[in-house]
Design a protein around this ligand. Structure first.
Ligand code: UFG
Length: 343
């Protein structure tokens, strides 16, 4: 059974491709390589197509199995990771985010419906990568955040994901498009094999920046605010191992293939860690000290984002394998040393 993975050369997408391969699925990756890496597709030895999710002709060919990369096999379902995900950039250039994350995704959804019709079936099922950024800045009493927490995204990135969630609900109601929406909390870590991991350019995420600063690849690390209403004053996030995210996608896909429907799940551990705690664990894992500097708060950072993750556990049987922050940092460190050399 062939699964199309958009954004499969990116960070989370590449780990999901490996999870699908291990689960016995055939996979085809579609990625425009704006932020993804061809080397990930090569590492995974997966059929790869460079292209846009908004290219309807290409999508129709891929879904119907007429594209040369598919070996004549029709696609059974799609995992849709492809997106731009820089919050700051989304504020300075929202058009780019709405076109890519929303406009191109709409083309994909229409292609799923059309291909289903051609087969005389329901639209092809979709697993969609959404984000805790759709919750905006939740009230204190709403933490840990449940899936029914009001969604009030505060930047175009979060809104582009939230809008596609609404489109998916409408496509489900009108055309019967089956979908699973996963709202990721803070994806982190790397495949323990050490050959896949986080590699953004530019890098904005805390854990790789901490490791960069510890190894001297960057001059220092700025802690964005230490006057938040948290025990040590720094922001708290729910760091979830990227392989655990990948596992959830296999479970979500199986659920869609078995019973269809429309489902929304948070993916997090249910436990938060502060910026200071992340730095402290990174020091333990690397055996090195990091002098971090306190800087101004970063605009739009909620003080605390922690998932209520019971729904995915109950309905999908999902249990994070690597729930400890220590393990996440160990795997990130192994990857970091392999990717950037031992410094
Ligand atoms: N941080 C620092 N210094 C840095 C980088 C980050 O102190 O140099 C802090 C941030 O202020 C935040 C925490 O570390 O408190 C985590 O920051 P990240 O940038 O790693 O992650 P975010 O929580 O900002 O972003 C994540 C996802 C986004 C999503 C967002 C929702 O990566 O895609 O959650 O808030 F939009």
């Amino acid at each position: 059974m062939t699964i199309l993975v958009t954004g499969g050369a990116g960070y989370i997408g590449s780990h999901a491709v490996r999870a699908l391969q291990k689960a016995g699925f055939a996979v085809v990756v579609l990625d425009n390589l704006v932020y993804g890496h061809l080397s990930n597709a090569e590492t995974l030895a997966v059929p790869f197509v460079q292209g846009q999710v908004g290219d309807r002709q290409l999508l129709d060919q891929l879904l119907s199995g007429q594209h040369s990369s598919c070996g004549g096999e029709r696609v059974r379902a799609v995992l849709h990771f492809a997106a731009y995900a820089y919050v700051g950039e989304s504020m300075s250039d929202p058009a780019r985010y709405y076109r890519n994350n929303l406009g191109d995704s709409l083309v994909l959804l229409e292609s799923l419906v059309a291909e289903g019709r051609r087969r005389g079936e329901q639209p092809l099922p979709l697993v969609f990568s959404s984000t805790c950024a759709t919750y905006g800045i939740p009230e204190v009493e709403q933490i840990p955040i449940r899936e029914d927490c009001p969604q009030r995204p505060i930047n175009p990135y979060g809104r582009s994901k939230w809008m596609l969630e609404q489109v998916l609900a409408d496509f489900g109601a009108a055309y019967g498009l089956p979908s699973v929406i996963f709202r990721y909390f803070n994806a982190a870590g790397a495949d323990p094999a050490g050959d896949l991991g986080e590699d953004h350019d530019p890098e904005t995420h805390l854990i790789p920046l901490v490791l960069d600063a510890i190894t001297g690849r960057r001059d220092n690390l700025c802690i964005f605010g230490n006057d938040y209403p948290t025990p040590d004053g720094t922001c708290i996030r729910d760091y979830i191992h990227v392989c655990d995210l990948a596992d959830a996608h296999v479970l979500g896909l199986r659920k869609l293939l078995a019973e269809g429907g429309q489902h929304v799940y948070n993916l997090g551990t249910g436990h938060g860690a502060s910026v200071q705690e992340v730095i402290s664990v990174a020091q333990t894992v690397t055996g090195r000290l990091l002098q971090a500097h306190i800087a101004e708060r970063r605009a739009g950072d909620p003080p605390i984002l922690v998932a209520a993750a019971e729904k995915a556990a109950k309905e999908l049987g999902w249990r994070p394998r690597y729930g400890e922050l220590l393990t996440i940092l160990e795997h990130a460190w192994t990857w970091h040393q392999r990717r950037f050399g031992k410094q």
